[in-house]
Design a protein around this ligand. Sequence first.
Ligand SMILES: Cc1ncc(COP(=O)(O)O)c(C=O)c1O
Length: 360
Amino acid sequence: MSRAYNFNAGPAALPLEVLETAQRELTDFNGTGMSIMEHSHRGKAYDAVHTEAVANIGKLLGLTDDYQVLFLQGGASLQFAMLPMNLLGPDQTADYVNTGAWATKAIKEAKKIGKVNILADTSKDIPTTMPDYDALAYTPGAAYVHVTSNETIAGTQMKSFPKTEAPLIADMSSDILCRPLDISQFGMIYAGAQKNLGPSGVTLAVIRKDLAERAPDTLPTLLQYRTQIANNSLYNTPPTFGIYILMLVTRWLLDKGGAAGIETINQAKADKLYAAIDGSGGFYKGTAVQELRSTMNVTWRLPSEELEAQFVKEATALNMSGLKGHRSVGGIRASIYNACPSEAIDALIAFMADFQAKNG
Ligand SMILES: Cc1ncc(COP(=O)(O)O)c(C=O)c1O
């Protein structure tokens, strides 16, 4: 069986080269006679992997010493709670922007911990959109401002980031390292690995170290960023195999020219898919406002739900996986993360034209 054209939203496609390296090294990592999974997380073999993973993220994001790379567990969903637990003091307010399903979940968790102010709510808007971040009334003295850089379900993506007085925190789960970033604009960014970084089970957080000092001592040890910073994410046993794959993926990304190199590739992939949607004479209709269209999750509708179901069924028969829109919104979604090859998009575009010719 040939490799599928994988448009899954996450877990998502991984670079074939990475999978092949992992396969080659699976039973004998670097001549040690065992898998990296079987090594101690405190041993020399794993230490080299962990150190390279941290260094690769540092290079890709241009990190300075005031930031720390953390590999955590519990997914981005645990960060929805850990963030306010650590950074939102009892007399403070955290500003949130609600741009869709994922921001809604982040807000729900933060409200369990402290005071939350919703700066804007575009979560129910159709076509899907995001607010003008520069025009929002930020709370003076806010603990932080939380945004979702890419709404995976809505197919919208922030194209720039506001300058905020309070530390800016972004959930970048579905577009981390898809483009260059000025990290100095952020207090913290976080992302589950399973879209652009590796397998599920690892969560990347990059945090400005001074912010971690806000956490109350009463917070359970493992839930304090401070603990993870002091121990280089090795306070307890980390997800070693996931971090190993993340190391290989970030090495692959550096080979592609880093964030700038992959941005060029991503833009070309997204441009041709959106051009196919826009060139269909209205048979395919994009669901996000034009200027905020995501380069990672491309969402569109067909003239009827029946045709959408048929589209997904026929695409699946052609070895194209994961095109059904999220269960909460329907439609079609092609997730075209960093590792989704250009050939997969070419195959999808050819199928779209064929499907329209038969059903349009
Ligand atoms: C933008 C965004 N945030 C958060 C999550 C939740 O991530 P996790 O499953 O790692 O908790 C997702 C998952 O799809 C997502 O797309």
